[in-house]
Design a protein around this ligand. Structure first.
Ligand code: AP5
Ligand code: MG
Length: 213
C-alpha cells in the first residue's frame, strides 16, 4: 500500500502515521523528521535545511524531492510506504507521481486529516517530543515518568518550531497557501480520503481505517 497523509500542523499526521504503519506493516516516512534528525546530527543536509525549518518555511522542492526519492527507493519501501508531510505543494505531488510512474503501482490513497485551527493550535502548543526516537507526547498525555520517554528513555521536550511563535504562524500560512490545493489535486485523481481529526487518537484512527476501506 502506498499512501500520503497531509493536513494542517497539529492535525495529528505523525500520531496517526505511527498507527497506520503498525497496522498495515508499511514504513512511515516523515520529511520533517528526516530534516530534524539531519539538523540534530549536524550533517550536510542538516546544515542546508536548518534556516528553512527554523523559520517554518518549506525546504526547497529540489532538495526535498531528492531526499524522498532516495528514501522510497530503500528496500523497506518495496511493498509500500506512508509519506507524512510530503507532498506539501503541487510541484512535489507531480514529482511523486513521476517517481511512482517507474514502478507498477501508483498511490492508493491521499489521506487528509482536518481539524479546526483552534484545536490544532492547542495540540501544537502542548506537544512534546522525544528528540532521540521521535515519539510524540502532549502536556495532557505525558510519559509515565517525569518527561522520560516511555519508548527509549530520552528526555522529552518541546519542538523548537512550536515554541517560536513566528515559525508556527509561518507554518500554518504556508499550509493554507501551498498545501491546501492538494485537496483538488488528489480529488481529481479519485484518491482523496477526508478524515475528521477531532476526538481522541483512537477515534481518529478508526475513521482512517474506515476511509481506507
Ligand atoms: P513537519 O515535521 O511535517 O511538521 P508539520 O507539518 O508542521 O506538522 P506537525 O508535525 O507539526 O503536525 P502533525 O500533524 O504531525 O501533528 P502531531 O501528530 O505531532 O515539518 C517540519 C518542517 O520541515 C516544515 O516546517 C518544513 O520546514 C520542513 N518540511 C517537512 N516536509 C517538507 C516538505 N515536503 N517540503 C518542504 N519542507 C518540508 O500532533 C500534534 C500534537 O497533538 C501532539 O502533541 C500529539 O500528541 C497531539 N495529538 C495528536 N492527535 C491528537 C488527538 N486526536 N487528540 C489529542 N491530542 C492529539
Ligand atoms: Mg508531524
Amino acid at each position: 500500500m502506498r499512501l500520503v497523509i497531509f493536513g494542517p500542523q497539529g492535525a495529528g499526521k505523525g500520531t496517526q502515521a505511527a498507527r497506520i504503519s503498525e497496522k498495515f506493516g508499511i514504513s512511515a516516512i516523515s520529511t520533517g523528521e528526516i530534516f530534524r534528525w539531519a539538523i540534530k546530527g549536524k550533517t550536510a543536509l542538516g546544515n542546508e535545511v536548518l534556516e528553512y525549518v527554523s523559520a517554518g518555511k518549506l525546504v526547497p522542492d529540489e532538495l526535498t524531492i531528492r531526499v524522498v526519492s532516495e528514501r522510497i527507493a530503500a528496500d523497506d519501501c518495496a511493498e509500500g510506504f506512508l509519506l507524512d508531510g510530503f507532498p506539501r505543494n503541487t510541484a512535489q505531488a507531480e514529482a511523486l507521481d513521476d517517481l511512482l510512474s517507474d514502478v507498477e503501482c501508483g498511490l492508493d490513497a491521499a489521506l487528509v486529516i482536518e481539524v479546526p485551527e483552534e484545536v490544532a493550535l492547542r495540540r501544537l502548543t502542548g506537544r512534546r517530543v522525544c528528540p532521540d526516537c521521535g515519539r510524540n507526547y502532549h502536556v495532557d498525555a505525558p510519559p509515565e515518568n517525569n518527561w522520560t520517554c516511555d519508548a527509549c528513555g530520552g528526555h522529552v521536550v518541546a519542538r523548537d518550531d512550536d515554541v517560536d511563535e513566528a515559525a508556527l504562524k509561518q507554518r500554518l500560512a504556508t499550509y493554507h497557501e501551498q498545501t491546501e490545493p492538494l485537496h483538488e489535486y488528489y480529488e481529481a485523481k479519485g484518491l482523496l480520503r477526508q478524515v475528521d481529526g477531532t476526538g481522541t487518537p483512537d477515534e481518529v484512527f478508526t475513521r482512517i481505517v474506515e476511509a481506507l476501506g
